[in-house]
Ligand binder design. Structure first.
Ligand code: NAD
Length: 287
């Protein structure tokens, strides 16, 4: 057990600070522009996933708060890939739209790659298209996936050094694990990636200084696996039967580490704020 009280890496004040910065940037731009166009994000939501509806609601609320506009475009569960791609192409050519995202997950019959790649890279504010991913791979400036950008912001704001640190990323999805691992390598961390076929997770957790967990498996990292010098970024979100949200890091393990992000109130707070940082960047560049 840790003698010192672990530090809680709270995402809320950072989200608030980003909100204020973005509001000021938008007001400034509007005050000098003759067209008075607001930064506009189109969110394409497909089907009836309840969690997705909540995530979109949060994005709309944040967009309003900073003085931007968010358009939710809803599609039926049975929509085709072609129909979504066609709709994206229309937004690509609309100068008053600065960002287009597709709320994940999408129904399995759809071609996710084709849909994400249809988004113009200048409007790919979720950073999930091939062009944005390639830029991340080669270390070129680009929109970075919002969750990853949020984690980098947390590290910067809480003075968590990544250079030469041993970091374990648990999860290898396109949305979190893979771009996170690349961003950490670009930040000069020594990165190990674990996933569902990894046999020695316990050993890997013990060997690393910073653990970033994005598996969506509650209690995946427990108190027996961690030690008092480790920093835990809990990215996982698991919804319990009573609708309570918990992460992948066991609650009773929190007091055994140096610092951790709570769920809720940690990384998730920064995900929405980072998406709008990308949107405002696109708006300032392209309007
Ligand atoms: P995903 O299901 O696409 O990927 C999960 C990954 O975890 C896979 O790569 C899989 O190999 C790995 N995994 C599963 N079981 C494992 C195990 N036992 N050991 C090691 N690795 C294992 O999910 P995702 O989209 O990457 O999201 C992961 C989690 O992060 C989910 O809970 C999701 O809700 C959450 N999430 C949170 C935010 C946020 O803002 N906080 C954003 C995106 C996703």
């Amino acid at each position: 057990m840790n003698d010192k009280t672990p530090q809680i890496l709270d995402g809320r004040p950072l989200k608030e600070a980003i909100c204020n910065v973005l509001s000021s940037k938008i007001s400034e731009k509007i005050s000098v522009s003759s067209l008075k166009i607001l930064p506009t994000l189109v969110i394409i939501r497909i089907g009836n996933n309840e969690a997705s509806k909540t995530y979109v609601k949060n994005k709309i609320a944040f967009g309003k708060k900073i003085g931007g506009e968010v358009i939710e475009e809803c599609h039926d569960e049975n929509v085709t890939t072609n129909e979504i791609v066609h709709s994206i192409q229309i937004h690509n050519t609309n100068n008053s739209v600065h960002g287009v995202i597709v709320q994940m997950p999408i129904p399995v019959h759809l071609n996710q790659n084709e849909i994400l790649n249809a988004i113009d890279s200048k409007k790919d504010v979720d950073g999930l298209g091939e062009s944005s991913m390639y830029n991340l791979l080669v270390g070129k400036p680009s929109f970075i996936a919002a969750t990853v950008k949020g984690i980098l912001t947390m590290c910067r704001e809480y003075n968590i050094e990544l250079e030469s640190k041993k970091v374990l990323v648990i999860g290898r999805s396109l949305i979190v694990g893979k771009p996170l691992a690349l961003a950490l390598i670009n930040a000069n961390a020594t990165v190990t990636v674990a996933h569902s076929h990894t046999n020695n997770l316990k050993e890997l957790v013990a060997q690393n200084e910073i653990i970033m967990i994005a598996a969506g498996k509650q209690n995946l990292v427990s108190k027996e696996m961690v030690h008092e010098n480790q920093i835990i970024f809990d990215i996982g979100i698991n919804r319990l039967e009573d609708d309570q949200l918990i992460g992948d890091f066991s609650a009773d393990a929190r007091k055994h580490v140096k610092a951790y992000t709570p769920v809720p109130g940690g990384v998730g707070q920064l995900t929405v704020a980072s998406l709008f940082e990308n949107l405002v960047e696109a708006y300032l560049k392209n309007s």
